[in-house]
Design a protein around this ligand. Structure first.
Ligand code: FAD
Length: 441
């Protein structure tokens, strides 16, 4: 599609880490006479996911853990819209404006798909109905509300076994999100529990299930062992080479058939491609992610590109880059440079990036970190975790707000009020597709 003379239309689907950074870089690299950029996202913000659990436990005000997409853009046209399908043959994107019924169509010269991922919800009976995913802002705040609800119930029951069942968190998946969820939500529960007369700190426990033979499988083994010891010391039981085979409202069953008493299962067992990929019939690898070349072109297309969690972006050895924000924020500007080169008749460059490090918070001001090959653990790693993510937060205004939240948290006791999100969630039911429900928050 050509507009007037040689001005091209670039459409980006998804304004998360990959898409928003891509749009921002395109504004710098291309003039208004070269391209018009349109960005579509179902929300007018993206979740700064490293702070999602902090928002859940109230260390950070939930609004401060999201970033306004418009704050990234000057010239880019933004529509808050649900994209239903893209047609790479007719070069069209089909979408509905948020809250609107009419379908709209936009044509493009180049299309960037950066629509992220959804939680992986395998076919486990009761999973959709009873488990809590941890992906959107509402997921995190609903979990906090639920923990307070559980403490209220536990405080009112006479039976100590029932109290322990209510206060038992089961977390499935022991990669970064699962480990942080077990550590931080349990630490939060124990801190708030001090305000409840009939609840002992030791009534509050967590069990972390992991299918592989160790937690944090991509982290150095020594650090992972440290994390396992710290979690165990503070009330989390780690069960390796096990998962869940069924979830009910008041208990779950392990893969060996054992009954585990719990009221709350937090599901952190991986991610899956967003439904848009299958709905659009795009070329995919075996697990359903968009198949791409090293310069981010979707295999078999000249003007279709995909980056971030939704794509299989191969590295030098043809292995897919891991789905992290660390990669997505670098993929966006790299793709912008490739698009600028293509529009000017130049050649694209393959993406190359080596991870700078990884960090995980374990709750109670402890953590593990590997940064530039150096290992840290305990309070130092937790402090580094906070410093790194504070500096990564886009915009000085947001950074200041988060820094103030953290400072106040050091001096104020933990809030034990519900925000009402748990009730909204209960009415809607839990589902991976429910991510857009974050709009209601
Ligand atoms: C709890 C948690 C903690 C994490 N912690 C870290 C961390 O510490 N460090 C790290 O590097 N990574 C972390 N990650 C991973 C990181 O969040 C992802 O890798 C990153 O968000 C991927 O960026 P993206 O742009 O591909 O997707 P996203 O950031 O998810 O953005 C995708 C965007 O597309 C939009 N979208 C999707 N489908 C549609 C549609 N059909 N129509 C309209 N809009 C649509 C969504 O609204 C969203 O804004 C964490 C993830 C989670 C869940």
């Amino acid at each position: 599609m050509q507009q007037g003379n040689s001005k091209k239309k670039i459409v980006i689907v998804g304004g998360g880490f990959a898409g928003a950074y891509c749009a921002q870089a395109l504004e710098k690299k291309l003039s208004t006479s070269e391209a018009e950029v349109v960005l579509l996202d179902r929300n007018n913000y993206f979740v700064f996911s490293p702070l999602l659990i902090e928002a859940g436990i109230g260390d950070v005000e939930p609004r401060h853990a999201v970033v306004s997409i418009r704050s990234f853009l000057r010239r880019t046209i933004f529509h808050m819209a649900e994209v239903e399908r893209v047609d790479p043959v007719s070069r069209q994107v089909f979408y509905r404006l948020s809250g609107g019924a009419d379908q709209h169509v936009i044509e493009y010269d180049h299309l960037v798909i950066a629509s992220g991922s959804i939680p992986r919800m395998p076919d486990v009976p009761g999973l959709i109905e009873h488990a809590h995913p941890l992906k959107s802002l509402i997921d995190a705040v609903a979990l906090r509300d639920r923990i307070i609800q559980l403490l209220e119930w536990a405080d009112a029951v006479e039976d100590p076994q029932e109290r322990q069942r209510l206060l038992h968190l089961v977390v499935v998946g022991a990669n970064y999100t699962g480990v942080e969820a077990a550590g931080e939500f349990l630490a939060f529960m124990r801190r708030v529990a001090r305000k409840f007369k009939n609840v002992q700190i030791t009534d509050c426990r967590a069990t972390l299930f992991e299918l592989s033979d160790r937690i944090l499988p991509t982290l150095d083994e020594r650090l992972a062992n440290y994390a396992a010891r710290e979690l165990s010391k503070h009330g989390t039981t780690i069960r390796l080479k096990e998962s869940l085979s069924a979830i009910e409202s008041d208990h779950c069953r392990t893969s060996t058939g054992e009954r585990v008493e719990t009221e709350t299962v937090i599901w952190c067992a991986g991610i899956a491609p967003p439904p848009l990929v299958a709905a659009s019939g795009l070329p995919t690898g075996p697990r359903g992610y968009i198949d791409c070349e090293k310069d981010f072109r979707v295999t078999g297309f000249d003007n279709l590109w995909a980056i971030g969690d939704c794509a299989l972006n191969p590295d030098k050895q043809d292995q897919p880059y891991p789905p992290t924000a660390q990669h997505a924020v670098r993929m966006g500007p790299h793709l912008a440079a490739n698009l600028a080169a293509v529009l000017r008749g130049g050649a694209t460059r393959p993406f190359r990036f080596t991870m700078l490090g990884s960090l995980a918070a374990l709750g109670g001001h402890r953590g593990v970190a590997r940064i530039f090959g150096l290992d840290f653990s305990g309070w130092t790693a937790w402090f580094l975790w906070r410093t790194v993510y504070l500096l990564k937060m886009p915009g000085w205004g947001r950074r200041l707000r988060v820094a103030v939240d953290w400072t106040l948290d050091l001096f104020c006791s933990r809030d034990d009020v519900q925000l009402g999100v748990h009730q909204i969630r209960a009415r809607q039911g839990n589902s991976a597709e429910n991510q857009s429900s974050a709009e209601e928050f």
